[in-house]
Design a protein around this ligand. Structure first.
Ligand code: MSP
Length: 524
């Protein structure tokens, strides 16, 4: 069969501020993006996945100043923690970008020059409010009143009155095109987030201050050496840098425009208003989709913060529960797009009920009975109606429902369908009772166990994006070769007979998902 050329797929995460160590919110986004990237690879697409750190701006400069060190020194140290987080969580990016890198400065200056050539930049004076924590300008009308009458940004962060010479970008010129874009179905998801953005544009867009003169930690503005770019101009450009922009590279041709910018709900304005406007000005194609996921909150739905002492370290979480249980929990527990909360009890109970007791136990029971009762040997067998019904139920979940839901980024629903198929297998094993058949009808016992063996292979292939290590472990135990793990192989119904022909035998299994205990230090 002639292979068709794989269609490229470019996915990015937001790049994080390395002003401290990563928390579980950062891990959540990185894991979700990695699941999407792995899913698209398994679907046969040629994927490029980029993540990284956003190292310029006042927030980094101030933090470094507080610690009596240079911003570069702070960025070098903290960026490494984000890199280590990705590696520890099995987040397989193609590029981890740091905005201090030279090619990124070149790309940012190139997009600037294109915006300038389009007549969209002019020099003026900025007078207004700025939130360092959000790295964002706000109109007086957007501010809210905090304790003691203090002015706060809509995200409840402090704002400072700022007056300085600045380059401005003619954002107002793009108002109508942005409205059309925001109203384009599928551009911004979940769709509920679009209303807020549409309202923001409809009330009239003011030109945007895009350079700063009061500090110098950033990308230099071409031809204006005392200006550095507003950190969001360079940050957003990272999505192009990684493809080799401004050069006309193969990656640019293959992967731009991006298929998906995956970001949190707090930075939707930057990605669906500012970024498209910069791209329109630079005459570059617009990303196909921006998805603003929800926030991961602490127990009881509280915001995580250092002062509340409820910040969760993703590496400690992975260490305590295992990387795959953590990945599974995050995607299963939280309906993607909405906020969700984390607690050690929640992950332990979810992982034990679904991974250890249901999926893990199913694999363990099936493989150990094949190893023990049949010396691990596989044979051709005749199925009956119950076997066929189970196999078609599992096939439907793995070949149709899960992939369709994942394509729509509805991970929790996709995994739920998969878990229902696991439950169906457990119900089948209880009903068929192969341990009884062993004494009464060994042919039937074999048919039941081989049916489950086939079901396990579909279940393991389908869930790979979420639990890559554990599914690989199971696929090894099932004798499924590396080259037969893509989703297209789910349609290959002859694999079992081929495996029988190779003489593969099932060994005494090792449990893939041992039960978790609540670690003492996180109890309570
Ligand atoms: N540097 C900017 C993004 C620039 S993208 C060109 C930034 N950095 S951040 O470190 O504050 O956030 C990085 C990502 O993590 C954002 O998408 C943000 O929404 C996400 N999250 C931060 N806290 C989060 C949770 N508690 N839960 C889920 N995601 C959260 O914004």
């Amino acid at each position: 069969m002639a292979e068709s050329k794989p269609t490229p797929y470019y996915i990015t995460t937001a790049i994080s501020y390395p002003n401290g160590r990563p928390h579980i919110g950062h891990a959540y986004e990185a894991i979700a993006a990695d699941v999407i990237a792995r899913f698209q690879r398994l679907r046969g697409r040629k994927v490029r996945f980029q993540t990284g750190t956003d190292e310029h701006g006042l927030k980094m400069a101030r933090k470094a100043h507080e610690q009596s060190r240079t911003p570069r020194d702070l960025a070098d140290e903290m960026s490494n923690y984000f890199l280590a987080m990705c590696d520890a969580l099995n987040v397989k990016y193609d590029r981890f970008i740091r905005t201090v890198e030279e090619d990124h400065h070149r790309a940012s200056q190139a997009i600037w020059e294109r915006m300038q050539a389009a007549g969209d930049l002019y020099l003026d004076r900025y007078e207004g409010w700025y939130s360092i924590r959000d790295e964002a300008y706000y109109d007086e009308s957007e501010l809210i009143e905090g304790e003691g009458g203090a002015k706060l940004s809509p995200h409840q962060t402090p704002v400072e009155w700022t007056v300085e010479e600045s380059w401005f970008f003619r954002l107002s010129k793009y108002q109508d095109r942005l409205l059309d874009l925001l109203k384009t179905p599928g551009f911004l998801e979940p769709a509920s987030r679009a209303n807020e953005m549409i309202a923001f544009v409809e009330q009239g867009l003011r030109d945007l201050s895009v350079s700063r003169t009061s500090f110098d930690w950033g990308v230099k503005v071409p031809g204006s050496d005392n200006h550095v770019m507003y950190v969001w101009v360079d940050a957003l450009t990272n999505y192009l840098t990684g493809l080799g922009f401004p050069a006309d590279t193969e990656d640019m041709r293959n992967f731009w425009p991006a298929d998906l910018h995956l970001i949190g709900k707090d930075i939707v304005r930057f990605h669906t208003i500012y970024w498209p406007a910069f791209l329109m000005s630079a005459d570059l194609p617009l990303p196909k989709k921006v998805y603003g996921h929800g926030f991961l909150l602490a127990r009881g739905g509280e915001k995580m913060s250092k002062s509340a002492g409820n910040v969760v370290d993703p590496l400690a979480m992975a260490e305590a529960f295992g990387v795959d249980a953590m990945r599974y929990f995050l995607l299963r527990e939280v309906a993607f797009g909405q906020d969700g909360s984390y607690s050690p009890e929640a992950i332990v109970s979810r992982a034990n009920a679904e991974l250890a007791n249901s999926f893990g136990n199913l694999a363990q029971r099936t493989l150990s009975m094949i190893a023990k009762n049949m010396d691990g040997e596989l044979e051709a067998f005749e199925t009956n109606e119950a076997d066929d019904a189970l196999l078609s139920n599992v096939a439907d979940a793995c070949r149709n429902v899960l992939p369709t839901e994942f394509e729509n980024l509805a991970f929790s629903t996709g995994i739920e369908a998969w878990m229902r198929a696991v439950y169906a297998c457990n119900q089948y094993i209880d009903e068929q009772a192969p341990w009884t058949l062993k004494k009464t009808n060994s042919e039937r016992m074999k048919a039941v166990l081989y049916t489950l063996f086939m079901a396990l292979r579909d279940l393991a292939i389908a869930i790979q994006p979420v639990v890559p290590e554990k599914s690989a472990d199971l696929l090894n135990q099932l004798g499924v070769s590396q080259s037969e793990r893509a989703y297209s192989h789910l349609l290959d119904t002859q694999w079992y007979l081929r495996l029988v022909d190779t003489g593969f035998t099932v060994s005494k299994p090792t449990p893939i998902f041992p039960r978790l205990e609540l670690p003492e230090e996180v109890e309570g």
